[in-house]
Design a protein around this ligand. Sequence first.
Ligand code: SF4
Length: 386
Amino acid sequence: MIVNTCGFIDAAVEESLEAIGEALAENGKVVVTGCLGAKEGLVAKVHPSVLAITGPQDTDGVMAAVHEHLPKPHDPYVDLVPPQGVKLTPRHYAYLKISEGCNHGCTFCIIPSMRGELVSRPLAQVMQEAENLVKAGVKEILVISQDTSAYGVDVKYRTGFWRGRPLKTRMTDLCQALGELGVWVRLHYVYPYPHVDEVIALMAEGKILPYLDIPFQHAAARVLRLMKRPASAERVLERIRRWREICPSLTIRSTFIAGFPGETDAEFQELLDFLQEAELDRVGCFAYSPVEGAAANALPDPVPEPVKEERRKRFMQAQARISEAKLRAKIGKTARVLIDEPGVGRTQGDAPEIDGLVHFKGGKAGEFADVLIERADEHDLYGRMR
Ligand code: SF4
C-alpha cells in the first residue's frame, strides 16, 4: 500500500500517521510518500516498520521502493532487456550519465549548441540505475556528463529521495550516495568550480575514488579569458596543493589545449611552468583545432599549424618525464587493482581506456587483486600478484 500524506498542519500530520497505521494493520507492506515523507524521522519514529519513506512528488522514489519489495516476475518472452539495461562495457565497469548539455560558453567548444543547456537526470533515477548496475556485478562506476560539477544547477539542487532519505540533486550528495554502494566510483569531466573542494573530503574518507578528471585547458590568465574558462594558474596551483594535503593519494587527470589562437611563446611557457609545478598525474594535450561554429575561430592571431604541433609535442614530452617519475615512485609498493582481463588491471588512479595499466601474471576479469609493483615506464606499471 502506498500512503500519500499531508504534513501541513498538526491535524493533518495526525491523520496521516493514523492512515499509515491503518495501512500497516491491513497488509503490513507500506510505502509512505507526500509532504509528511519530508519529515522522515517523525514517520520512522511512530511507524518504524514502513518499507520506505519518500517525499513530495517523488514518483521515482515510490516506484523504486515498489520494485524493490515487489519485483516484477522475470518473463524471458518479454523481458529482453535486463534490469541493468544494455551496456557496451565489460561486465565489471559501467558509465553512469548524470546529465546532458552544458551551460558554459567555452569559446573552443560547440557542445552547448549541439546538446543544449544542462539537463540533470533526477537523483532517484541515477541512483536506481547505479544500484541496478551494482546488482548486475559492476565493480566500478564512472560518472560522466558534459559538466559533472554542475549537476543539479538546472533544477536548483532540488531535493530527491533515495532509500527513503532526502538528498539534494547536487554533485556532493550524489557522490555521498554512490559512495554507499560499496564499489569504485570515479568522477569524470569535473569543471573547476569552487565546490569541487567538497568531494575531495569524500575521496579522503575512501567513499569515492581519489581520482579527479578536471580539464584545466590552460594556465595563462589571458588565454583562459579568451577561452572563457575560469581560474588563474596561481589559484589552481593553490587548490591542487590543498587537495593533496586533504587527500594525499589523489590522482589528477587533466586536458589542455596548446596553440590556442593568440597564444604567445611566453604564454605557452607559462603553461609548461604550470605543468612542472602542478605535477599532474595524467595529462592529455590537444593542438588547437578550429571547430566549425566555435567562437574562438574569430579570434585574431591564429597559431601556425607547425608551431601548434611543436608546442603540443613539447608539452607531452615534459609531462612524460613527470608521469614517469610519479609512476617510478610506486615501485616497491602494493597497489589494489581491478582486473580487466587476466594479467591486466588498473589501479584507483587509472580510468579505463584513457589512463595506464598494471601488468602482472594471472587473475580473473572483474576481480580485485593486490599487486606488488616492480617496474614502471612512462604510462604503465609492472608487478606480481601477492
Ligand atoms: S568545454 Fe565543456 S564546459 Fe566548456 S562549453 Fe564545452 S562542454 Fe561546456
